[in-house]
Design a protein around this ligand. Structure first.
Ligand code: SAM
Length: 283
């Protein structure tokens, strides 16, 4: 079945009485070259198990199933389950789970379905929850090698920015702490049905070894990072002291101890600066 063909999609969806839900971020891919490219980048060998989030009608799922040992997809919209039963019927290596990816225990899913396999995540993400999904995948320290996802172009720029450059934000630091991010390719808004108002990009996060970047108190580190970036137009010193209610002199002393100038803004700090700062601020 040509699942990126508009006529085919319309006929399957009308057969099942399906209408698109904006709330669930349903923009289905209709550009035939995108899914094979995503699947090629994601599946590195035939022992790969792929966790897919939001399969829709299964256009990406089919390309993954052709290349991987197994694909498990998690779809929130129960109306799509019978549709997927039809579109994926030729594959015996695909399991569909009707659940919310932010609520399901992904460690358990991986343990149950991917024993002995190299596990990766691949998805055209629902845009309304892009950051929560990426952060939850990273923070839960799943035993996965890569995350290859389609996100809004603007989000891709923030996620793949270098820490210490203008476009960086708290999410850039978090993504960089857990992974090495790179942009793979851009996808125009016309590649989707219905077409969204913005263009997209496919990015890939290669998960770091847990020991590579490790701070003693991750909770404190991320509180300081969020506070530093929260009031971007202020200096790090002002932003941290006003957001966290820490005395200005305490932040000033910590900056001095780390060799960071008092007028620095969060976007100018490197990963090492941020690690040092979190160690030197007593709160
Ligand atoms: N993979 C399909 C494609 O590329 O055409 C559909 C992608 S569409 C952008 C996002 C999909 O995620 C939809 O199928 C939507 O129903 C599903 N979805 C939305 N929120 C979800 C959630 N919290 N958990 C799992 N799936 C979700």
């Amino acid at each position: 079945m040509a699942l990126s063909d508009i006529g085919t999609i319309k006929s399957i969806l009308s057969k099942h009485g399906f209408t698109f839900s904006k709330e669930m971020g349903q923009n289905f891919l209709i550009n035939p070259s995108v899914c094979p490219r995503m699947a090629e980048s994601s599946v590195q060998n035939d022992n790969t198990g792929v966790l897919e989030i939001g399969p829709g009608i299964g256009v990406l799922t089919c390309e993954l199933a052709k290349r991987a040992r197994k694909v498990v997809c998690i779809e929130l919209d129960k109306r799509l389950i019978p549709v997927l039963g039809e579109t994926l019927s030729e594959f015996d290596n695909v399991t569909v789970i009707n659940s919310d990816v932010l609520k399901i225990d992904l460690h358990k899913v991986i343990e149950e379905h991917f024993s002995g396999m190299d596990v990766v995540v691949c998805a055209n993400l629902p845009y309304y929850i892009t950051s929560p999904i990426i952060m939850s995948l990273l923070e839960s320290r799943l035993p996965i090698k890569t995350i290859t996802v389609m996100v809004q172009k603007e989000a891709a720029e923030r996620l793949c920015a270098q820490v210490g450059e203008r476009k960086s934000g708290a999410v850039t630091v978090a993504v960089n702490y857990y992974s090495i991010a790179k942009k793979l390719f851009d996808v125009s808004r016309g590649s989707f049905m219905p077409a969204p108002n913005v263009d997209s990009s496919v990015i890939q996060l290669e998960i770091r070894n847990e020991q590579e970047f490790k701070v003693d108190d991750e909770c404190k580190f991320f509180r300081i990072v969020r506070a530093a970036f929260q009031q971007r137009r202020k200096t790090v010193s002002n932003s941290i002291s006003s957001v966290l209610g820490v005395k200005k002199s305490v932040v000033a002393d910590a900056l001095k101890a780390c060799g960071i100038k008092e007028t620095a803004r969060a976007e100018e700090l490197t990963m090492e600066d941020l690690f040092a700062l979190s160690e030197n601020i007593n709160m």
